[in-house]
Design a protein around this ligand. Structure first.
Ligand SMILES: [Zn+2]
Ligand SMILES: [Zn+2]
Length: 146
């Protein structure tokens, strides 16, 4: 196999790994997925391939969560919710995009809205429920401080 073909095979594998999940993985996660199929791949190669895919607009960066940059196979602009407890990143649908920023002469190319909070798995639902009953302080207190 030629070097070029081997190179594109690795890139395809990196891209496929990111597109196979909704978890918005980091490079290490991608590496773990690709390694069994391509045992000679290194973490450095994964990083390089991510960079190339990003330059070609095939992958998007979601940002750094818990000191790790996370990536998205969906490159169309969309919004994210990030759990500050476990670092999970979820796609958000059905939120009306906000209007133009009030900066004269500023042309918007892209917009990124990120919601930070606690996911359902980490007890976010419970927290929402408690918020509803804020008026009943004594009752909320029984369920622990949040
Ligand atoms: Zn969580
Ligand atoms: Zn996303």
């Amino acid at each position: 196999m030629s070097t070029a073909r081997n190179y594109s095979k690795k890139r395809e594998a990196v891209l496929a790994a990111v597109r196979s999940t909704k978890c918005h993985p980091g490079a290490r996660w991608i590496y773990e997925q690709v390694k069994p199929k391509l045992p000679d791949i290194s973490l450095g190669t994964v990083y390089r391939n991510i960079k190339v895919c990003r330059e070609e607009g095939l992958l998007a960066s979601v940002g750094v969560v818990n000191n790790e940059e996370r990536f998205d196979g969906i490159v169309e602009p969309h919004q994210h919710a990030i759990c500050t407890k476990c670092g999970s990143i979820m796609d958000v649908e059905g939120v009306a995009p906000s209007g133009q920023p009030s900066l004269s002469g500023f042309a918007v190319d892209n917009r990124r809205t990120v919601f930070y909070g606690i996911c359902a798995k980490c007890g976010g639902q419970e927290k929402n429920w408690l918020k509803k009953f804020k008026g009943f302080g004594h009752l909320a207190g029984r369920f622990g401080k949040n």
